[in-house]
Design a protein. Structure first.
Length: 115
């Protein structure tokens, strides 16, 4: 499985961005998809996960971020609204494949929110 993320950039506080992540390869085995982020000098943390129609969010992004998945396109999206400077991080796309019994990660995409 390969993951290709896009959509990061620089935005002012209060603005919006949408991240996309397209999966390719043995996509039939993907169980869950989601996003993690790694702020500067901090550890990687969960942002949002989607499993079938069930979504889970970090408390810090609830009500501002929305994760969605287009199974026909094997793509997961992260709509980020009301962005804050503390959302600045490298965002990583993630999926878990139940046949291979392992996680896969996309390349990071930088999101920078200026105050």
């Amino acid at each position: 499985v390969q993951l290709q993320a896009s959509g990061g950039g620089l935005v002012q506080a209060g603005g919006s961005l949408r991240l996309s992540c397209a999966a390719s390869g043995r996509v039939f085995s993907i169980d869950r998809m989601g996003w993690y982020r790694q702020p500067p000098e901090k550890q990687r943390e969960l942002v949002a996960i989607i499993i079938s129609d069930t979504t889970t969010y970090a408390d810090s992004v609830k009500g501002r971020f929305t994760i969605s998945r287009d199974n026909a396109k094997n793509t997961v999206y992260l709509q980020m609204n009301s962005l804050k400077p503390e959302d600045t991080a490298v965002y990583y796309c993630y999926c878990y494949a139940v046949v291979q019994l392992r996680a896969y990660w996309g390349q990071g995409t930088q999101v920078t929110v200026s105050s």
